[in-house]
Write a protein that binds this ligand. Structure first.
Ligand code: F6P
Length: 507
């Protein structure tokens, strides 16, 4: 045997840079096809949960997943603004109309599920009693799919109230209607369900119950995908919360336009790091509360977390953030000693590795590896740098990070990199994966994301302006978002807050 004999240990898939990932869609068998029937009183977060499940499955597992919202069919069939008594269960005419909307949604769900390949369909509606759920199961009987009922129960008044105000009064049902009148009508609508609502039990077959985001019941749920859903919803919480994405400050490599590497920060990078420390103290670790005696708003310290990558430039960016020891009480009254912003360096947050191109400028890559350069321009999502990574590869290592973000209740400041934040942003904003490599994540900017039922509210804080830097080194040829639709969508969620460098930041 010659000394350079080196057989490939595994079969290399189509094309040198193909993505041989178990990103799992292709690996699942048809028998994993799954239908989730949502169930729960109005304002218990069903649509929020359904949206998050669908986003998780499509973004991380590449599973076609779709929600069939019966409310949308009702609005199409019978108009958006219907009086509360449309939901009166003793009114036969209205009950028939509601069943008609349910059956239309079921019809489309069935068509969707019949298509080839593994897929997940979600029927989003109150589905409030056994007979309605039995009707649905019966209608789906002929399909060879797993069916799981997912019930959301919330009986905490403050959570319900916040759900109603934040979500329901903003739906098309109440568009243009005075807030007080909308609230009154919605309360009446909910009351119509109280007498007839029947909780899910074993008669409903396989099911998951989420009670106040604290107690979980999982009954007879089998199969890979169903268990993935169980794991996901047990990590999910819908309480109002924010997290913050920041790239590292300008690095030595940014300055000269090189990608990757493990360089330290420039002077401008260090200045950003100092401003980020103020931002962390004044925004991330603060919450507004109403003083019970005076009724005035005041700010209070809240427990906050800090994650960085393991690379030098993110650690240096976080270096001025104070790590004080404080004592907090959780909502269950447990007291905890907490270190504010105790840094956690996570390897999964390291920048997309550019392999043989690491440490080069884009111009140098173009000259030395023109074919590679062209291929990346063609398909930036799946392109893998020789001996390096693709955005798809990075997606895989971010699944754990996303699960941790979903689970965490305290605000998190995540100091990482352009490629990493593009993927996190795309996932949380509900953008398709294909758009992720083009999302704009500028230096010197903190992006605040606050998840809602349909995506996230977003606010951008520019802590250091371009003029304050020598050169930001972002000479990458295709960083901008090419799709108008994407830009419009981002704008509709974005409020940008620039910090005037002449005035010390007071957030
Ligand atoms: O230029 C900064 C940087 O973080 C590089 O280290 C990384 O390779 C690049 O951005 C990722 O962006 P793109 O995928 O657009 O090349």
């Amino acid at each position: 045997m010659s000394s350079d004999y080196n057989p490939t240990p595994h079969v290399i898939p189509e094309g040198e840079n193909a993505t041989p990932l178990g990103v799992v869609g292709g690996d699942c068998t048809e028998s994993e096809k799954l239908i989730i029937i949502m169930c729960g009183l109005p304002a218990t977060g069903k649509t929020h949960i359904a949206n998050r499940i669908v986003r998780y499955l499509s973004f991380f597992l590449d599973i076609p997943a779709k929600i069939f919202n019966v409310g949308d069919y009702r609005r199409k069939l019978h108009g958006a603004q219907l009086p509360a008594n449309f939901f009166d269960h003793s009114n036969e005419e209205f009950m028939a109309k509601r069943l008609q909307a349910c059956d239309m949604a079921l019809h489309d769900l069935i068509d969707f599920m019949k298509q080839d390949g593994v897929r997940v369909g979600v029927l989003d509606s109150t589905n409030s009693n056994h007979s309605r759920r039995a009707h649905i199961r019966d209608t789906l009987k002929s399909l060879e799919c797993k069916v799981v009922v997912l019930e959301s129960i919330i009986d905490k008044e403050d959570v319900l109230e916040s759900n109603i105000r934040n979500i329901h009064l903003n739906t098309p049902d109440y568009k243009g209607i005075d807030a007080a009148a909308a609230l009154k009508d919605f309360q009446k609508r909910r009351e119509n369900y109280f007498d007839v609502y029947e909780h899910v039990d074993n008669k409903d077959g396989s099911h998951i119950k989420i009670i106040n985001n604290e107690t979980f019941v999982v009954y007879n749920v089998r199969g890979y995908l169903s268990q993935k859903v169980v794991h996901f919803v047990m990590n999910l919480h819908l309480l109002p919360r924010e997290f913050y994405l920041s790239r590292h400050g300008q690095s030595e490599y940014n300055l000269v336009g090189k990608i990757g590497g493990d360089s330290g920060l420039t002077e401008a990078g260090l200045e950003y790091a100092r401003r980020l420390a103020d931002f962390a103290k004044d925004v991330v670790a603060k919450k507004l509360v109403v003083d019970e005696v005076t009724g005035e708003e005041k700010s209070e310290v809240r427990p906050a977390r800090l994650w960085t990558s393991t690379l030098r430039r993110t650690k240096e960016t976080a270096q001025f953030i104070k790590q004080e020891s404080v004592t907090f009480k959780w909502d269950n009254n447990d007291e905890v000693k907490w270190i504010q912003f105790r840094g956690r360096a996570r390897r999964n947050l390291d920048e997309l590795y550019a392999g043989v191109c690491d440490g080069l400028t884009y111009q140098e890559i173009k000259e030395r590896f023109p074919e590679e350069f062209a291929r990346r321009q063609e398909d930036k999502l799946t392109y893998r740098y020789p001996r390096g990574e693709s955005y798809m590869d990075v997606t895989l290592r971010l699944e754990q990070i996303v699960m941790d973000i979903e689970r965490t209740r305290e605000p998190i400041l995540i100091v990482a990199h352009q490629g990493i934040h593009r993927l996190l942003y795309a996932y949380f904003m509900g953008l398709p994966r294909e758009q992720a490599p083009f999302v704009s994540i500028p230096l010197n900017t903190v992006i605040e994301l606050r998840p809602n039922a349909y995506g996230c509210d977003e606010k951008r804080y520019v802590l250091l302006s371009k003029e304050e830097m020598l050169k930001d080194g972002q000479d990458e040829p295709i960083t901008s978002m090419p799709m108008q639709e994407l830009a419009d969508r981002a704008n509709s969620h974005t409020r940008s807050t620039s910090i005037d460098p002449m005035n010390p930041p007071s957030f």
